[in-house]
Design a protein around this ligand. Sequence first.
Ligand code: KG4
Ligand code: ZN
Length: 336
Amino acid sequence: MIKILAFETSCDDTSVAVVDSNYKVHANLISSQVTHEDFGGVVPELASRLHLKNIMKITKATLDKAKIKLKDIDAICVSINPGLIGALLVGVSFAKSLAYSIKKPLIAVNHMIGHIYGIKLENPDLEPPYLALVVSGGHTELVNFKSYDNFDIVGRTRDDAAGEAFDKVAKLLDLGYPGGAKIDKIAQKGNPDFVKFPRALNRKDNFDFSFSGFKTAVRYYLHEKDKDYIKNHINDIAASVQAAIVDSLTKKTINYAQKERIKTIIVAGGVSANSLLRKELKEKARIINSEVHFPSMEYCMDNAAMIGAAAIDKFKRKEFAELSLNAFSTKGLRLI
Ligand code: KG4
Ligand code: ZN
């Protein structure tokens, strides 16, 4: 059994984990940077500085919690893209130095592939093929995942990501950042049919997503209403916003699974925490005789354990990175 020390610093969470080749998580520590809340979004320079400040002590705490010595680690892995370049660089530089100093292999992981592999942490026996809906603050992708190195992105957003749509609308509603969880919470007390916001690219054979028209519709809607009206109906508006986003995500996922007769669907990324998405997809998947797997809350958000999970296959294939490894910010789900 091999043990991997994993690093994730692509955005505003500094996370370090120890995962073994049976996908058992020995420790998974996440330090979420609350500083950004005051600015209504992630400030890249602040994110990098906080990663730098915390990464050493989180690494020590993770090894302590896992009761593992650095010398007993078999490989070090790190997410190298996509993300904020300065933030990624902290993790990559730290992981490289550590790999060099303990003379163990280094493994580079794409953050989005990490989200997909995160499902293995709680379902170690789940093997592709499956359809993965990857929904985060920067990505919305529907992936026909046939094997580790054979997957097709069959749908993607043409503008905003689903999480971004939640965050931007939350900002319009003065709910603060990050907005997804806040909308989710108050939407539970609201009426999802209160406003019928538009669902874009609604044709059954179109698997791309688009949220910019929806966002503009919300903006116009709010513009027409006075402050008291919005305040009195905030739960209903949030519920209607959530219903529109979830409706698009659910329909396209189910339509594709039905068309291709895919029996296993997985959902990954921060938006997979959404309670309505979890409920709707489970219900609709049952109707087409497919099963759907969501990560538990701990693994929905950015975390290093999922990066470790993705590194296991790479370790087995000896796909190691050179110490000249660099981070890059380019969007997208790719092998690295
Ligand atoms: O995967 P993640 O932690 O970071 C990125 O890689 O982007 O995803 C963060 C996104 C944010 O946009 C946040 O608003 C959204 O996930 N999110 C949610 C919920 N919890 C987090 N969106 C909807 N409902 C939630 N409960
Ligand atoms: Zn993420």
